[in-house]
Design a protein around this ligand. Structure first.
Ligand code: ARG
Length: 437
């Protein structure tokens, strides 16, 4: 019997052609694996197509819940945004798909896995590197990277092999979608100066069109969203509902030039209504429940974590280390955020948490103020001590020193202009009168 390969099968032209190509080129029988991560495709229809084209077997997996629980939630808990902007939907799904490919390859005794990514993107890297980590013995075949067929050549190949090509109105874009977002590239988007035309948007309404704001409360437990408006929801339903609610308000449209791992800049447009809304709500709960220092350290790790996800390093010890920090940091990130969704913005208008560090008695300017104002004096004396010492011994001392201080005020004169040469000994010179609050 022929050796087997497990192919990550989407039902599109590339992977459909790949089923026959793998057989002709490598003599392999294909097991087509179609995974539902929320792309809104009927995976049973896709599997049927794989069988019709000649796959030995077609396997489907509904991985939506696992995708959210084990891949998306940690990224949300970390507030991970690649280059501060992209919530990483596509990148997060890759290590999950790689793992499922390996699982099926083991079950079926396959010698190889295959995917339809090109030789130019991040996805091939994420995929291959994940497979190399999980199953170094499996051969990795990337037909599209190897065959170097143009799209027209592929269509010819399909026709010659009786492979049905959906005669769709051929979208000019390359699209990838899952519950955490939709990624769109190519076509006119390759001109970074060109505004994304209306037809790139599918999940989000025109932000200017909404007439009424949507008010919404999102509940979190240990950094994970669990309810909308007090109604407990499973992760998949919660994210689907939020994509619809926030999408209707035009929230989560992202247009960015990003730095790909393979060294090129590319223009990608994203729609991430649920992700954008949940990130805002999650940060609101953290603002009450994390200390200043936890927040600061966590903020630095958020960009590290985003980069690690983007760069395909999911199955690494560094990931395990970061994840331990992220999980530990979320112990008290329980509470509710109140949001107003309106015209493209998810605005947090209220937040509360049972373990909130916000103390009204400490914060208030009204009666009941428990903050020790006298202690502030001592605090300022010591906090300012090194500043004052340095100003006197260095910045205000002598001519070059006075210039150094002047630089810090944008050149505004601090010392009296016609003062005689300043003595070498430091003198106390008042800066401008501070306006105290
Ligand atoms: N640039 C994104 C990433 O690397 C998305 C890649 C897939 N995009 C697409 N339109 N097919 O994660």
């Amino acid at each position: 019997m022929a050796n087997k390969v497990v192919l990550a099968y989407s039902g599109g032209l590339d992977t459909s052609v790949a089923i026959r190509w793998l057989n002709e080129t490598y003599g392999l029988e294909t097991i087509a694996l179609t995974i539902d991560v929320g792309a809104e495709k009927d995976i049973s229809v896709v599997a049927e197509k794989a069988r019709a084209i000649g796959a030995l077997k077609a396997v489907t997996v509904d991985a939506r819940q696992d995708f959210l629980q084990y891949f998306v939630w940690p990224a949300l808990q970390a507030n991970a945004l690649y280059e501060g902007v992209y919530p990483l939907a596509t990148a997060l799904a890759r290590p999950l798909i790689a793992k499922l490919l390996v699982d099926v390859a083991r079950q079926e005794g396959a010698i190889a896995v295959a995917h339809g990514f090109t030789g130019k993107g991040n996805d091939q890297v994420r995929f291959d590197v994940s497979i190399m980590a999980l199953a170094p013995d499996l051969k990795i075949i990337a037909p599209v990277r190897e065959w170097k067929m143009t799209r027209d050549a592929e269509i010819e190949y399909a026709a010659a092999h009786g492979i049905p090509v959906a005669a769709t109105s051929a979208s000019p874009y390359s699209v990838d979608a899952n519950l955490w977002g939709r990624s769109v590239e190519a076509g006119v988007l390759e001109d970074p100066w060109a505004e994304p035309p209306a037809d790139v948007w599918d999940w989000t309404a025109n932000p200017d069109a909404a007439s009424e704001p949507t008010e919404l409360t999102i509940s979190f437990e240990q950094g994970v969203p669990v309810a909308l408006d007090g109604e407990a929801l499973d992760p998949v339903t919660l994210v689907q509902r939020l994509n619809a609610l926030a999408g209707a308000q035009g929230i989560g449209r992202i247009d960015m030039i990003e730095n790909r791992l393979v060294g090129i800049k590319s223009r990608e447009v994203y729609e991430a209504p649920a992700a954008t809304t949940l990130l805002a709500a999650h940060k609101a709960i953290e603002s009450l429940t994390l200390s200043r220092d936890q927040s600061r350290v966590k903020e630095g790790l958020a960009s590290e974590y985003a980069r690690l996800i983007y760069n395909g390093q999911w199955y690494t010890a560094l990931h395990a280390d970061l994840l331990a920090f992220i999980h530990s940091s979320q112990r008290f990130v329980t509470g509710e955020a109140r949001l107003k969704l309106y015209r493209g913005q998810a605005t947090v208008v209220g937040r509360r948490a049972p373990h909130s560090l916000y103390q009204h008695a400490l914060a208030t300017y009204d009666r009941g103020d428990a903050f020790n104002h006298d202690a502030a004096l001592g605090f300022i004396a010591l906090w300012g001590l090194p500043v004052k010492t340095q100003a006197q011994t260095q910045l205000l001392a002598g001519q070059p020193g006075a210039q150094a201080m002047a630089q810090l005020t944008g050149g505004a004169p601090i010392a009296a202009p016609s003062a005689p040469a300043t003595p070498a000994t430091p003198t106390e010179q008042p800066l401008a009168e501070a306006s105290a609050h």
